[in-house]
Write a protein that binds this ligand. Structure first.
Ligand SMILES: Nc1ncnc2c1ncn2[C@@H]1O[C@H](COP(=O)(O)OP(=O)(O)OP(=O)(O)O)[C@@H](O)[C@H]1O
Ligand SMILES: [Mg+2]
Length: 848
């Protein structure tokens, strides 16, 4: 297999040989060469995505069973000399395909543009200069620079590395980072794989394989990764299947009775086909895509960029939002405000140690390091760097060996408890004394005190060390002398308060999952007035099974000192309890949880790893942005549900009545052509739905797909519609003694009139005059209605077999329609209201 790891000869080659094999140099490719290679080898995407051309998409539509049946029908009509039907069917097929394609094409374009705007970039050397380019433009032979938090964009060889730590969990499932070096003993240690992530250090990489040829590409291709459908999509699908099955059954039944009663005729075949078309909610996929794409565009204006379209539903149904602390709840403007010794006194010595550690340490740098070095670098210029053991989120410490005049000192800084645990001595007034239990608790009390005042602490400790050691390990972090702490301040974010209130109003509970200490988080929560209950620490979580954790998570709002894997476990536990869970974070340490959440959220300035794992990227680090996004998500849901309600009650109802009437009437209640026309005009009327507004009430709570509710609506509204249809039939036959053409014209007018106007009733749970439809929806529906009536009641109608109706008959139709609409308005409250207590019981096969 191409690019299978370890077997690629390049992985065994010396660096110089590798450059030669790949036709590249240390200062990278030229822009022209890179462009040529990109053209030759294709984009650097794990799976070459099948970009369908417009023609291919149109062809695919033609292969749709429904369309295929229609085309067969057209063919039969043509052959039997029924040119009228032939023309109309072909026009209808063309119109519906064009309608579908144009809408979907536009939607796709918009979504693609959004996705590109938040795509991850790679830093490559082109024409001798470092350049940030989209990851998909990386080619074989490129020299790529990687820093901590970056994703490895392609497979390749390490050229130079500094303390490079890589997480290869995507390939190996191993969550601990592995070290990679240029001159490593084994092939594996000098090779970086596409899709893995840099958690510490820096490196330059020579790209040896891109796209499907990478090891990750090979896996991705064999899995043909597809996003698993959301609950909403599965729900819609099973509803669609249910309607389809009903339709198939009904149409077959109609066809058989027609055959039995009138013998084989083109007309009855066409009638059955048209019924099938009329009954199928064929516009549903288009409405869903367009609604989602519209939603995505609107959200982007509110600074929420959607990478995965279906995440919009998840966002709308999210009822728990987990967030880390820094940047979301605080300003992320971390400043070093004091440095104190073990007795809490300001100390220059502590500052010097902190600076020495921050200035000389390799690997991942944090905002805390930046704050320490804000006023210059090394405190004492004479120190040189020895080996080091960079920070990681499990140890929460960073150690560096520092050298001066042939002597070596190990300086370790990190989370206060994590440092104190490694200390046996303490520095007091320049003297080193053993640390007894009393001393230990005094220091711990100081941590607690500072934390509860809202200060973040970073402790620092040291010890002499053998200067000949060439590698540091965790086991070297022992017998340290506690020196003191850096005291940091990160002010709470002023806007967070209101945002949390709007989230709560929207029915979303907030949970804070932080790597920081308990008192700091508790202080922040207090100063922001967040009503938080319960707290779990990483230590407690460590001791819990997943089941135990699941029993505690819902009632706990604060999680402190948690590791990256614990963040993930918390999210999974919440999901296990049935909550639609979101996670917002920006760091390497947040990526696993972002990935595990129903809705993974990250921010524009976050690390590549976090952004790659996320479904949604916020262009502003602000909870208010999420609250706005949630409202949009719920609006899209509401609009799709409008279409579903319309389809399942009025349109389906009318077609059902038509089918049933055909069983008893001596003629067809609607000619096949008329059914197709009805269907087309009705589809046109609904094009405005994706643009519609939603009522405040609909946005107030998390929304989930509920098959029971959808069926309940149908079971209340459906019979009402049928009742009026029967009345109409009776009036037409018995009162007006209607002939076939009169009956058909009248029934066409009434069904299109009620079908279209009831949109305004069904689109809202409130009285219809209290909720104004969006002008676009008003325009499409009233426009379609005008066209329908224009065709049916004017001379053009003759083409479709319509005749002019006597005035009294028209009056009767208007009266019946008005009666239906009035009753629908009154009864809809029972159709909408379905409290959990009165939830309809429906058979298991519907409950997917
Ligand atoms: N560069 C560093 N050197 C030493 N220790 C560090 C460093 N960066 C972070 N720490 C320690 O690790 C802890 C966890 O890191 P951090 O606070 O970034 O986690 P987090 O979960 O992202 O927190 P937050 O919720 O504030 O975003 C910090 O509280 C600090 O004690
Ligand atoms: Mg963080």
């Amino acid at each position: 297999m191409a690019g299978t790891a370890g077997h690629d000869p390049i992985f065994k080659a010396s660096i110089d040989e590798a450059f030669k094999l790949l036709g590249s140099r240390r200062d990278g490719l030229s822009g022209d060469e890179a462009a040529a290679r990109l053209k030759r080898n294709g984009p650097n995407l794990p799976v070459t995505s099948i970009r369908r051309t417009l023609a291919a998409k149109a062809l695919r539509r033609l292969a749709d069973p429904l369309v295929a049946i229609l085309l067969i029908a057209a063919f039969i009509s043509g052959v039997t000399g029924d040119w009228q039907s032939f023309v109309v069917i072909v026009v209808i097929v063309l119109m519906s395909i064009v309608l579908d394609l144009v809408q979907e094409q536009k939607a796709e374009k918009a979504v693609d543009a959004l996705k590109r705007s938040v795509a991850v970039t790679a830093t490559v050397r082109r024409d001798g200069a470092w350049l940030a380019i989209p990851v998909q433009d990386v080619v074989k032979g490129d020299v790529v620079h990687l820093a901590s938090g970056d994703l490895v964009p392609a497979d390749g060889l390490v050229l130079v590395a500094q303390q490079l730590l890589v997480n290869e969990a995507v390939l190996t499932g191993e969550t601990y980072a592995v070290e990679k070096r240029e001159a490593a003993a084994s092939d594996h240690d000098r090779v970086l794989y596409s899709g893995t992530s840099v958690v510490g250090g820096e490196a330059d990489l020579l790209v040896s394989a891109t796209g499907p040829a990478t090891r990750f590409g090979a896996i991705a291709a064999s899995l043909q990764e597809r996003e698993p459908p959301t609950a909403f999509e599965t729900g819609l699908h099973s509803l669609g299947m249910l309607i389809l099955r009903l339709t198939g059954f009904l149409v077959l039944f109609v066809l058989l009775t027609q055959l039995w009663r009138h013998g084989l005729s083109v007309e009855s075949f066409l009638f059955a086909v048209a019924l099938a078309v009329g009954l199928t909610p064929e516009l549903l996929p288009m409405v869903v895509t367009v609604t989602l794409a519209r939603g995505a565009e609107r959200m982007s204006k509110k600074k929420v960029v959607v990478k995965r379209l279906s995440a919009i539903h998840d966002l709308g149904s999210m009822d728990i939002l987990c967030t880390d602390k820094t940047g979301t709840l605080t300003e992320a403007r971390i400043a070093l405000v004091d440095r104190i010794d073990a007795d809490g006194q300001s100390s220059q010595r502590v500052e010097e140690l902190l600076r020495r550690n921050s200035a000389l340490i390799g690997g991942m740098r944090s905002a805390l390091d930046d704050a320490i070095l804000a006023n210059g670098g090394l405190g004492d210029e004479n120190w040189a760097k020895g080996c080091d053991l960079p920070f990681d989120f499990d140890r929460r410490r960073a150690s560096v060996m520092t050298l001066r005049d042939g002597k070596a000192e190990l300086v370790t800084k990190g989370a206060p408890e994590a440092i104190l645990a490694c200390c046996t001595h303490v520095e007091r007034n320049g003297a080193i004394v053993p640390l007894d239990e009393a001393g230990r608790s005094r220091i711990a009390a100081m941590f607690e005190q500072k934390g509860s005042e809202g200060f973040r602490l970073l402790a620092v400790a040291y010890r002499p060390i053998d200067p000949t050691i060439s590698r540091l390990a965790e086991a070297d972090e022992h017998d340290l002398v506690f020196a003191g702490c850096g005291v940091f301040l990160d002010p709470p974010k002023a806007s967070a308060k209101d945002a949390i209130v709007s989230l709560r109003k929207a029915g979303i509970a907030l949970k804070i999952i932080s790597g920081d200490a308990a008192p700091v988080v508790a202080h922040l929560v207090q100063s922001l007035d967040i009503p938080a209950k319960g707290m779990l620490t990483g230590e407690e979580i460590e001791a819990m099974t997943d089941a135990a954790l699941a029993s505690r998570v819902v009632d706990t709002d604060l999680f402190v000192r948690v590791s990256p894997d614990q963040k993930r476990r918390i999210v999974l536990a919440l999901r296990r309890r049935g909550h639609t869970t979101g996670f917002l974070g920006d760091g390497i340490n947040d990526a696993p949880a972002i990935h595990a959440a129903d809705v993974g959220l990250s921010v524009e300035g976050g690390t590549d790893v976090a952004r790659e794992a996320a479904d949604i990227i916020l262009l502003a680090t602000d909870l208010q942005v999420i609250a706005d996004g949630v409202a949009e998500g719920r609006r899209t849901f509401a609009n799709i549900m409008k279409y579903v309600r319309m389809g399942t009650s009025s349109n389906f109802g009318n077609m059902l009545s038509t089918a049933l009437a055909s069983l008893v009437l001596p003629f067809l209640p609607l000619a096949p052509l008329q059914i197709l026309l009805n269907n087309l005009l009705y589809d046109l009327s609904e094009i405005g739905i994706p643009f519609d507004r939603a009522d405040e009430e609909e946005l107030a709570t998390p929304k989930k797909w509920d098959m029971g509710q959808a069926l309940h609506f149908t079971l209340v509204m459906g019979p009402l519609s049928s009742l009026f249809d029967l009345t109409t039939f009776a009036v037409l036959i018995f009162v007006f003694k209607a002939s076939a053409p009169v009956f058909q014209t009248a029934w066409f007018v009434e069904s299109i009139l009620t079908q279209i106007l009831v949109i305004f009733v069904i689109r809202t749970a409130k009285p219809f005059w209290k909720s104004r439809a969006h002008p676009i929806l008003t325009a499409t529906s009233l426009g379609a209605l005008a066209v329908s009536l224009g065709i049916a009641l004017s001379g053009i109608g003759a083409f479709f077999g319509f005749v002019s109706l006597p005035l009294p008959l028209l009056g009767a139709i208007v009266l019946i329609s008005a009666g239906y609409l009035t009753l629908a308005e009154i009864i809809k409250r029972f159709a909408f209201a379905v409290s959990s207590g009165r939830r309809l019981h429906h058979p298991a096969f519907l409950r997917h």
